[in-house]
Structure formats: C-alpha cells, structure tokens
Design a binder for this molecule. Sequence first.
Ligand SMILES: [Zn+2]
Length: 137
Amino acid sequence: MKQDKRKILPAMLYGALGRCPSCGKGHLFARYLKVSDHCDHCGEALHHHRADDAPPYFTIFVAGHLLVPMILAFEVAYKPSLWLHAAVFGPLTIAMCLALLVPIKGAIVGLQWANYMHGFGNPDEDPAEPGAIEPNW
Ligand SMILES: [Zn+2]
C-alpha cells in the first residue's frame, strides 16, 4: 500500500510548538513530556512515538553547545569565583535543559510521524494494536 508523503519540516515544527504533527491544532502533550494518546482536534493516534533517549541526547547536545561558550566567555571576561559560576550557570543549565526538552521531544515525535515510524499511519506495525505483526528478531 502506497502512503502519501508527509512533510517533515512542518511536522517537526508543529511538534516543537507542542501541537499535533498531523493537523497543527491539537495538543501534542497531555502533560510535561507526556505525549497524548490521540490528538484532541483531529483524533490522530500519537501513542506510536518512540522518542526514547533522543530528546535528552539532543537537549544535552544543544544546551552544551550554548552554555560552554557562555561559561568560557564569562570566565575570560570576569574571572569569577567558582561559587559564582555555580550560582549562575547551575540554575541556568537546569532551566535551559527543562525548557529545551519539550520542543525537542515534540520535534522528534513530529519526525517519527512524518516518516511513518513505529506504527504512525500503519496499524500493522503498531505493537500496541490488536493483531499487530510482531517484530522478527
Ligand atoms: Zn491533530
């Protein structure tokens, strides 16, 4: 069965904004980091996502590349004591990671949806659906 090609960038953008990658209107997340089972606007099944460790990995990657130059520039410019580094960049690191985690996870769910990964768009590949095809390891 030939499936329609889904646009990846809009799906990732909708996901990063916390919206359904299919319609762009419904909510992607039921709670912080908890993806809704279905879109509350169009009914698209969203429980197929398998973001797993990708969102934390990319969050660390992005936050590290933003924070390390800031920390080094702060050190070179002001030569602050270690307690000031910890007081400034400890909370900033935590806040940045918590803020980046949701849009990055949304973008990854959107990417998976656009590529029909993990049962998105194909109930035969959904292990959560009755009668699904089991993976052949
Ligand atoms: Zn939707």
